[in-house]
Design a protein around this ligand. Structure first.
Ligand code: MN
Length: 250
């Protein structure tokens, strides 16, 4: 059976989150449910514990990190229990750039702790801060190849540096539909691509994107790669599998 994965979805932010979780299960969409603050992680993990397809990631969203710096202690306390980590990263866009120095301090502690503990899969935000994010990943030995750059909008040069460091890239519906996204995707090595929805922040038509919309993203990737949907699915599923295997637990 075809296997699909949504590596970055804010499942806890859908008003009907359990209905969405149930659908993920029925459709066998493996979903990494990122969270924006560690105080959400434990509660939400319990709520969706019965769903085999869902893994809840422990996160501190960069746009919330500075004003919630006290949550870092909770994050560090929970980290040994979390295999999946996200949403984490840096945001250098206009709204968040003021807190970039604080964001960096927090992100550095998180990366170091993940490297020490090993076996983590990280989904990382890098809007307007790709250069800093990649430099920090580079300085942090031991992260292994479990790093996914989510919705990457940096330069091609930065992308290639991240490829050298072993990073993966999660592609969403906006990227496969925009000129700049298509240009980026066509340059990323095909064996480093996985899929994400970033739902509910991205809409498909009038509806917030749901994890099963990764099926359409895979079709879009197939068009860019000039292979059929099934071949594209095999490729992306293989990448996802390799990503999980590349971060073995201690
Ligand atoms: Mn996100």
């Amino acid at each position: 059976m075809a296997m699909f994965a949504d590596t970055h979805c804010h499942l806890d932010l859908y008003p009907d989150m359990l209905a969405v979780a149930h659908q993920c299960e029925t459709r066998a969409i493996r979903t990494i449910a990122v969270t924006n603050l560690p105080s959400t992680w434990e509660k939400f993990s319990k709520r969706v514990a019965e769903y085999q397809c869902i893994r809840v990631a422990l996160g501190i969203h960069p746009q919330l990190a500075a004003e919630n710096s006290r949550e870092l202690n909770l994050f560090l306390r929970l980290l040994p229990k979390a295999r999946y980590v996200g949403e984490i990263g840096l945001d250098g866009s206009r709204e968040a750039v003021k807190s970039l120095p604080q964001q960096k301090k927090i992100f550095e502690v998180i990366l170091r702790s993940c490297a020490e503990q090993q076996g983590k899969i990280l989904t990382i935000h890098s809007r307007g801060a790709a250069k800093d994010v990649i430099e920090m990943i580079e300085l942090c030995h031991g992260l292994g190849n479990g790093v996914v750059l989510h919705w990457f909008t940096g330069s091609a040069k930065q992308m290639f540096r991240a490829v050298e460091l072993g990073c993966y890239f999660s592609i969403n519906s906006q990227m496969v539909a925009s000129q700049s996204g298509i240009k980026m995707i066509s340059q990323i090595p095909a064996n480093r691509i996985v899929t994400e929805t970033d739902g509910p922040f991205i809409s498909i038509g009038r509806e917030p994107a749901k994890p099963w919309h990764v099926v359409d993203i895979v079709t879009g990737l197939g068009k860019l790669w000039q292979i059929n949907s099934q071949q594209a699915n095999e490729r992306v599923a293989e990448n996802f599998k390799r990503l999980l295997e590349s971060a073995p637990t201690k």
